[in-house]
Ligand binder design. Sequence first.
Ligand code: GDP
Length: 534
Amino acid sequence: MLDTRTNRPDLPAEIARRRTFAIISHPDAGKTTLTEKFLLYGGAIQMAGQVRAKGEARRTRSDFMQMEKDRGISVSASAMSFDFRDFRFNLVDTPGHSDFSEDTYRTLTAVDAAVMVIDGAKGVESQTRKLFEVCRLRDLPILTFCNKMDRESRDTFDIIDEIQENLAIDVTPASWPIGQGRDFVGCYDMFNNRLELMDRADRNKVAESIKINGLDDPQLDEHVPETLVAKLREEVEMARELLPELNSQSVLEGHMTPIWFGSAINSFGVKELMEGIGTYGPEPQPQRAEPRQICPEESKVSGFVFKVQANMDPKHRDRVAFVRLASGHFKRGMKLTHVRSKKPMTVSAPVLFLASDRELAEEAWAGDIIGIPNHGQLRIGDTLTEGETLKVTGIPSFAPELLQQARAGDPMKAKHLEKALMQFAEEGAAKVFKPAFGSGFIVGVVGALQFEVLGSRIELEYGLPVRFEASQFTSARWVQGDKQAVEKFTAANKQHIAHDNDGDVVYLTRMQWDIDRVERDYPDITLTATKEMM
Ligand code: GDP
């Protein structure tokens, strides 16, 4: 059977009910608060506030986490699963700060949709725009939540116009706010003709929902304050005339976004948004891979690593590889093939990130995110299958924009430092280059803050003081070409050559001129700023 909406075969029910998504937003727009409310409605935790409280308990473990808190940024991403109605939601957390674009980019390769949260007073902010662009590269469907409607916010038409113009996407109102700031009373549900009224007295209460028979229904006058009801009727009528109507196909293709208005802190609008994710959000999608794409309904299990996190538990020095399942029905204890090394791997202790805590996953389906504890075999970009040689594509590694020389505070500990750096490199937190000439390591990052984060983590997790010093190099490029050409090139440019943590050859540059020179003098060599993770 073909699904008329997607033109794809019907998925097994367990897969079809999954919605795997991330939240994109500018810091402070309300991502954390919204996540808490998702979990509250998802029944995963008893009381909102616990995500933060739990987060804080964790954070006390290290100063690096303290730094994260002080700066109000989220450095480590995680995944959470919860049920809502008939749906299983998998929420993959994106690091919020602009310094972590590479990590964020990879996170977005593991989801099928994004929820864009904007602040009703501020509209589309810089970080939202950047993340939106990344979603657009993959045509990810986007659902929008306009938050903080309990505060003074901008005119509703203004907000919608700004999104349409700034992000070049059609916006269709799923709900329409009634009143503003202190007078905000709730929303008119445009898709279901319902009135949703906010209870200011109880922040965790689900809004009262009243079925309405169109705009002329006298119930509107009963429930909406007199001062607001005429404006509501007028605006909804105008919106229906001027703004595009919902087109589910267009939403799935990423050309249209429905927008819900609400107030996460008052739990308002969240339930409607969740219903929206279920109804208009995509089912698990096929995954690009070589030599063929992987479809979620295939009976054989496959998945790929999009994130590695080391030292989640400092007592155990473990690493957890976050794997997005691309197909099949996974069961604990399964033997999978690690395609890069062609070695079998028994997955005996996979973890599901239920909001309550990490829990052993007995089973999981295409679309789910599982954590696989390991000792370093699993790297970002790795594919796991039931034997077939498949390689998931589209998970890039970016050339770092900032390079520094790393030195151990204690010269006797240089070997330890190497180990720590390699571990962070595998985690994807930095690039580490070993120069062919001279000693020490050059560490490359995308944002300056990452040096600080790395420094404090190395000190805390390994007890190694480390110094980062200016390097003579400013940028790095991967060297591609046939074996002989690369050998000839490296022999002639030893001073500039290094190897990255995967052993691939890298050309370190001082200025653009270096790159131009190589391009001119070595036509059979290509320097690239990204590399596909192997
Ligand atoms: P994040 O940085 O995007 O994760 O944002 P947070 O969820 O931490 O929220 C940032 C601030 O906005 C916090 O002080 C929240 O309490 C506040 N906040 C979140 N949602 C709302 C809302 O609906 N209304 C109001 N007035 N404040 C909110």
